[in-house]
Write a protein that binds this ligand. Structure first.
Ligand SMILES: CC(C)(COP(=O)(O)OP(=O)(O)OC[C@H]1O[C@@H](n2cnc3c(N)ncnc32)[C@H](O)[C@@H]1OP(=O)(O)O)[C@@H](O)C(=O)NCCC(=O)NCCS
Length: 181
């Protein structure tokens, strides 16, 4: 294990993954991730981000994590090699205030159960540690891989919505309440 290659303080570890606190040191890794049209296919129709996108976004995300303990965007590394994989997120939606779970990893890591593994850990973290009552996910109807993960981590289909002009499927998951919750 080469934790030297991982930037940032460890936030959460699963069997194979290490999620760390986001810092400006991750910007070049995020730019590389976003430069793959396959990764960005369902996000920007594969178009590259405008120059400086992550340079502008990261300071705001760092502030968000400070102001909302337990929430944020976390770069993820393969623990066994220290290799950067992508990111996972639990963050309020600007328009509704609900907390959304999301994921984006490099193509070489797809279909190995990594996002299901991280997603299950983040759902548990969101409900048990942060105290959320509900977590949602938004996905394009043609993004079948993402929908598969969303269902496997326990969210169920709610309805269709138009979000920022894009037709999306809306999924949600409620904390299973104890009597004293
Ligand atoms: C969506 C994404 C995060 C999934 O990550 P992952 O680590 O590959 O997910 P997992 O391996 O845990 O699960 C993937 C599931 O999708 C299924 N899948 C993959 N491609 C599929 C397709 N074209 N049609 C149907 N199912 C598909 C896999 O079979 C697997 O399900 P299974 O375990 O039941 O067989 C990854 O593909 C990604 O980063 N995509 C680009 C960014 C993106 O679209 N993010 C989501 C925006 S809402």
């Amino acid at each position: 294990m080469d934790k030297q290659r991982m930037h940032g303080k460890v936030f959460l570890e699963t069997e194979r993954l290490t999620l760390v606190a986001l810092t400006s040191e991750h910007i070049s890794e995020l730019n590389t991730l976003d430069s793959d049209p396959a990764v960005m296919h369902f996000i920007t129709d594969g178009m590259p981000r405008p120059p400086g996108h992550n340079e502008k976004a990261v300071p705001g995300l760092e502030r968000y994590a400070c102001e909302n303990p337990g929430l944020g965007l976390w770069p993820v590394y393969l623990t066994s090699s220290g290799e950067f994989m992508g990111w996972y997120i639990l963050k309020h939606l600007l328009d509704t205030g609900e907390v959304e779970i999301g994921f984006r990893i490099k193509k070489k890591f797809w279909n190995q159960g990594f996002s299901t593994e991280a997603g299950l850990a983040l759902i548990q973290h969101g409900f048990e540690t942060v105290g959320l009552k509900r977590i949602i996910a938004i996905v394009r109807p043609d993004n079948l891989a993402s929908q598969s993960v969303i269902k496997k981590i326990g969210l169920t289909y709610e309805d269709k919505r138009v979000i920022h002009g894009i037709h999306c499927l809306y999924f949600s998951c409620l904390k299973v309440g104890r009597r004293d919750d």
